[in-house]
Structures are given as C-alpha cells and as structure tokens.
Design a protein around this ligand. Structure first.
Ligand code: SF4
Length: 701
C-alpha cells in the first residue's frame, strides 16, 4: 500500500521496454495516479504516452468487480465460492469425459512471472501441456529460430549495451518509434545522435522513419520493401556480403556451422530479379549490405514484420545468417535482438507458459529435464508437447472442449476472428479471468474478476531479459482477487491442500520458480532490488549478462547454426477478387486488442476508431478519397473503417490495426501457420477495398 507521500514503484503494464513508473494512491483506493520514478533503471523517469496514462484504467467504471456465472444465456453475479465451484466441477467433468487434453489453457503476457508459472503448473498438474501465451502470436518464430540457431529465444544484447557500442542498427520489421517509444528515443535514437547509422527495412514509412530522419537523415537508409519479401531482400544482402569478401572467416570457421549450405543456396541466386521482387533498387540494398557488413559493431533488431509470417522462422534465420557470417554476435553492440511486445511476453515464455517447454525453456520431451521439475513439483508432467494457442482454438469441438482464459482476448487477438468467435460459441465450458469485460467474456460461462497491474506484486521480464519487480497498491475493488490468489485457490480445490498450490504470495511462488528455472535460479527478490537482473543468472551473486554467447552458443554443438533459406511467398497473394495486400501493426497510443487503451481517455483521444492507410494510386484506382468510410474485405470477413490516403504505404498495400472491436483488422487476417513455430500469418492477407458510405448514398439516390 502507498500513501500520498510514498508512491509505489512498479513497472509500466504496456510494452516490453519495462519502464519503471510509480503509482500514487490517495485516501480512497480508487484515487490512483501516475507519479514519476526519476531514477528508474530502464527509462530514468521518462515515459511515453501509454506509460503516463496507464493509471487511467485502474479504477475505470468498466472494471469487472464481482464473479459472474452464465445462466439461461445471461451472466449474473455470483459469490467466489459459487464461481470457483463451477470452474472446478466443469474442469473435472471435461477431464472425465474427454481426458485432460480436452482443456486448453491460454496464459497471459500481461500478468507476472509468478502468475504465468502458477498457470502452466496448474495445466500440467491437470494433465495437459495445452498451455500457451501470446508469444505465439508475436514472436514464436523468433523464439524458435533464435533457440535453434543460437540457443535462447531472447535479445542477445541489452539495450544499454547496444546504445553504447553499436555502430549500425539494422531494424527490420520493427517500428520502435511507435511500439517501443522509450527504447527508440532513449537508446536507439540516442545512439544515432552519437554517430550510429540506421538501416530500416519496412514496407511502411512510420514514426521510426520520422525519428531517424530528424536525428540524422544522412545516416538513415529506409528500404521500403513489398510485404513478404524479407527473405529475398536479406538474400541480396547476404550474396553481396559473400561477393565482397565481407565474411568474418575466422568467426565463421571457429564459431559456426552451415556456411556451405548458405553458399550453395545463394550460388544461382539472381540479385537483380530479387531486388525487383522486393520493390527496392538493387543499389540501395547493396549499399545497406556494405554499411552493415563493414561496421565495427552491427546489431540487428527484429519485430513482428518478420515473425508474423508463415515463413517467420526462415525470416529470422536469415537475420541470424547475416549476423553469423559477419561475426556480429557474442560481442558488445551486436547480435540479433527481438523487440518484444507486451510487458511480460518474455517472462511468460521464460517461466514455461508454452506447450513444448517447462520453465527455463527445458524441453518437455527431455526426460532428464522433466524429471528434475517433477522432483520439485511432486507429480508427473505429460511428456508430449501440447497444442499452441491457435491450435487449441482450431481444435475446439474436436479434441478441445473447454478453455481457461487468463488475461487474454482470443476473439480479437487471433487471426480470422469471426471463425474464433464461432468456435468459442461451440465450446462446452469457458472460464475467463480478466479485469475488463473483453470480447471473449461474451463467450464465458464463468467470469473471475482479477486485480489490475497497479494492484499486484510479482516480477516481469522485459525485452532485454531484465527481470524486475512490480509492487502493488491497495485493491480498488474489494471483490476482485489477484491472479495468483485465484490460481492457488483453483489448484487447491482441484488437487487438494497438499498438491503444490499452497503459496503465501508472489515471493513464495518465486522461491519455487527459481528452483525449476535455471536461468532465474540465482535471483531472489532481495537481489532484484530496484534495478532488476538480466537472465541468465544461474547462481546467487551472478549479475546477469549484458550480451550472450561470448565464448560459445547454447546449441548442442556449441556452434551458431547457419542455414540458407529460400523465398516463400505469403500463403495469400493478390488476385482479381482481392487485389491488395493487407498488413497490420500497432499504434503508439494503443495496445493489441485495446482492452486497456480503448478505455483510457488520453490514449483514445488521438485514434478513437480504426482507419486504413491507402496509397494515392490505389485510392484513385478504387475511387477512395481521404476520410471516406470504406469496407475492407478478405476471404474471412469484412470491416468498415475510415480511409487515410497516404504515400507512407506502398502502392498495392493497405495497412490497419487490430485495436478496435468495431472494426478489428483480425477479422481479415489469415490463420495460416508457420509449420514449425505455429505463428499465424498476420502480416499478409489479400483484401479488396470499396467505398462504403458513398456506395450507400449512391444506392439511396
Ligand atoms: Fe510503457 Fe513501453 Fe511506453 Fe515504456 S515505452 S512507458 S514500457 S509503453
């Protein structure tokens, strides 16, 4: 609890940068205000618009304030005992009738490590590995490629290290100016002001473009490629590196394997044809290759423009190839660095809320790893990997019959949203644990009201592997409960008092977590203090690594894995019926499904509703004028929104967001999956555009 004199230091709930902010609570619990935390370790007191507005949702009138149960098609208020009894009875029924794999568990990148840890433990004690978090939607392919080829699915280098040591920032498919504002302004842009060069690879001219143009237009190259052509573009870069002897031969010989495969893949590769396919002049790509390959220290940043493709693993593998052949890994100012989305998307995966790994990325099908965890937990863990979250959704009515949804909104966050809604409608039992009545709550049989980010304690892990403590103020609504309290109670009711769910609070849970999670093993709440610690931290006293792989990679051979990859077009390409390619991304003022940001007065002011960017040539071709109400249609559905005519987007491409329930871009997106990482292809769907309002008026005439 805090007082007016003593703000509570915690972590911003929005993005993976992990900025420290403080919360000041007045005499009334609902009087919750933002307060600066001047010497916060990541941001030193600076925040973006989301961080400054984060407290606006804590006492919002839409908060879920009491448990609810669906009866005769309507949700009604219930006591906690009644609601939890129903949850336990339905989970037991589903296990009896369909087996434990009849349940799917959606965990959350918005809740703490301790809560994710408890949630995946609950699923595994129930008898299933069908547990996943929204990493699957944003960076599953990155985690897969980095894990296989380098060893860990995380940033190789810390933001501070990159600011201080990188000479070139290669930013591909990421828009930190909009989506990680403090990382961009305080770290990347600062490095550019100090002399670094930026290569930005993105179909869209965006806030990142603006920020670097203003900082140093002569040291900013923007390669505005066609969506879905990242592999050919990087192959042009790689072939240019090979042709010019910019390979770090010593590093390649001593630290990697597979370069022969890359050379063979690129042997007959036609750079000119590839550049044309990318829609970028060959000379510009060659110039960018030279900038990166001849720098002393060059770092790659990768985002969802790379990962959210059916070839997402190969997209990221090609970035890894570039870093490895030029020796830009394992040193300060280098590496391959995914910019993670939600404030605990890194931690949710670290602590095992994934279907194929236990805490610390220990494979669930590795007998030794599993037995080590079972020794601490006291029960057997299923040895086969479970379903990913999109696979869980797609299995409803087949093998999956019940869902436990904690802090996730699949009806809006998953692609092909109309199909998701239909499937949830068919589900025998859905329990949703959240802070607001999300679109998924409409399909819930039981609703459990949780406390918000500002009211809870625990830890979260930011995009550069820094584990930090959150501290909570007093609860605003008496009848809400912390997620960790709800989960311990469900565990006790399902499995008994001595079944491993008897915890006093976050510190108690963390003490067990570190026993089964080697990369967190050396951390304690005391050691984390206010600055936090970067993982891996194997033993107490370890300070955590600013960069990984100084001596070897965490692969079976200890070598970095190079593997040539070939272009794979998006699963949907434009045709006569759907002649445009849709790509989607987030806005600075909003976040994912907008559960919180749409309810913030400050954040919804600038963009109260959805819009679509259309290139002027396409606007002319389809009779669209700036400000028109237009209908976007794909094979999966349609939405109506406002047209922004702008040359920030390429001709033939339209761009929109997933934030608004009334017109979510995910109604249109494709649920085709990358075969290995199972991430959906959010970034390329074929669509058509028609003028909605004008057509109606014409019909009226
Ligand atoms: Fe919060 Fe991210 Fe903004 Fe920092 S950059 S204040 S963590 S939303």
């Amino acid at each position: 609890m805090s007082t007016d004199d003593e703000p509570t230091k915690t972590i911003c709930p929005y993005c993976g940068v992990g900025c420290g902010i403080a919360v000041q609570q007045g005499d009334e619990p609902a009087d919750v205000r933002f307060a600066p935390w001047g010497d916060a370790p990541v941001n030193e007191g600076r925040v973006c618009i989301k961080g400054g507005a984060a407290t606006e949702v804590v006492a919002h009138e839409d908060r879920l304030t009491e448990p609810q149960i669906r009866e005769d098609g309507e949700l009604r208020a219930a006591s906690w005992d009644e609601a939890l009894s129903r949850v336990v009875a339905e989970l037991e029924r589903i296990r009896d009738e369909h087996g434990p794999d009849g349940m799917g568990f959606y965990s959350s990148s918005k809740v703490t490590n301790e809560e994710n840890y408890l949630f995946q433990k609950l699923a595994r004690r129930f008898g299933t590995n069908n547990v996943d978090n929204c990493t699957r939607m944003c960076h599953a392919s990155t985690v897969y490629a980095l894990g296989e080829s380098l060893g860990a699915g995380a940033m190789t280098n810390s933001m501070a290290d990159l600011r201080d040591a990188a000479d070139v920032f290669w930013i591909q498919g990421a828009n930190p100016g909009e989506q990680h504002p403090i990382a961009n302004s305080q770290y990347f842009r600062q490095a550019v002001l100090d002399g670094a060069t930026v290569v930005q690879v993105d179909p869209h001219a965006n806030k990142t473009t603006e920020s670097f143009d203003v900082a140093a237009s002569d040291r900013h190259l923007h390669l505005q490629l066609e969506p879905g052509t990242d592999i050919p573009l990087l192959n042009v870069v790689l072939k240019t590196v090979l042709e010019n002897d910019w390979v770090d031969e010593e590093f390649v010989a001593e630290r990697t394997e597979g370069v022969a495969d890359l050379r063979e893949t690129l042997a007959g590769f036609d750079k000119e044809a590839a550049a044309e396919e990318c829609g970028v002049p060959l000379a510009d790509i060659e110039r960018a290759a030279e900038v990166y390959a001849t720098a002393e220290n060059a770092a790659i940043f990768t985002g969802m423009g790379m990962s959210q493709h059916a070839c997402g693993v190969d997209n990221v593998q090609n970035e890894i190839n570039l870093a490895l052949v030029t020796g830009n890994v394992g040193r300060p100012g280098t590496g391959v660095n995914p910019l993670r989305g939600q404030n605990n998307v890194q931690g949710a995966s670290d602590v095992g809320a994934m279907p194929d790994v236990l805490p610390g990325y220990q494979p669930v099908d590795d007998d030794g790893a599993r037995e080590g965890v079972e020794d601490v937990w006291g029960f057997e863990v299923p040895s086969e990997p479970g379903l990913t979250n999109v696979e869980i959704t797609h299995s409803i009515g087949d093998t999956v019959h019940g869902l436990y949804v904690m802090g996730e909104n699949p009806v809006m966050s998953e692609p092909n949203a109309n199909r998701v809604a239909d499937l949830l409608d068919e589900t025998e039992f859905v329990v949703v644990q959240d802070i607001f009545p999300t679109e998924t709550v409409e399909y819930a049989d039981v609703v459990l009201p949780a406390t918000s980010w500002a009211e809870r304690g625990g830890t979260v892990t930011n995009t550069d592997r820094r584990v930090q403590r959150m501290r909570g103020v007093e609860k605003v609504h008496e009848e809400t409960r912390h997620d960790f309290d709800i989960l311990t109670e469900v565990g006790r009711r399902l499995f008994g008092a001595d079944a491993g769910f008897d915890f006093d609070g976050p510190a108690d849970i963390f003490a067990e977590l570190r026993e089964v999670c080697p990369i967190y093993h050396g951390m304690t709440y005391d050691a984390l203090g206010e600055a936090g610690i970067h993982w891996p931290c194997y033993e107490p006293g370890d300070e955590g690594d600013q960069y990984l792989y100084a001596d070897s990679f965490d692969t079976p051979s200890g070598l970095g894995q190079i593997e040539g990859v070939r272009h794979q077009p998006p699963r949907e390409t434009p045709d006569e019926a759907y002649p445009l390619i849709l790509t989607t991304a987030r806005l600075e003022e909003h976040y994912n499904t907008g559960t919180m940001s749409r309810r913030s007065e400050t954040l919804s002011r600038q963009h109260p509703e959805n819009f679509v960017d259309v290139h002027p040539a396409d606007a002319e071709r389809y009779g669209v004028e700036d400000g028109d109400s237009v209908t976007l249609e794909s094979r999966r559905g349609e939405i109506t929104l406002t047209a922004h005519v702008t040359d920030a987007i390429k001709e033939g491409v339209v761009w929109t967001t997933p934030h608004f329930a009334a017109a979510s871009g995910n109604v249109l997106t494709n649920d085709a999956l990358d075969e290995r990482a199972k991430i959906p292809e959010y970034k390329a769907a074929a669509v058509d555009v028609t003028v909605a309002a004008a057509s109606d008026e014409a019909a009226d005439d």
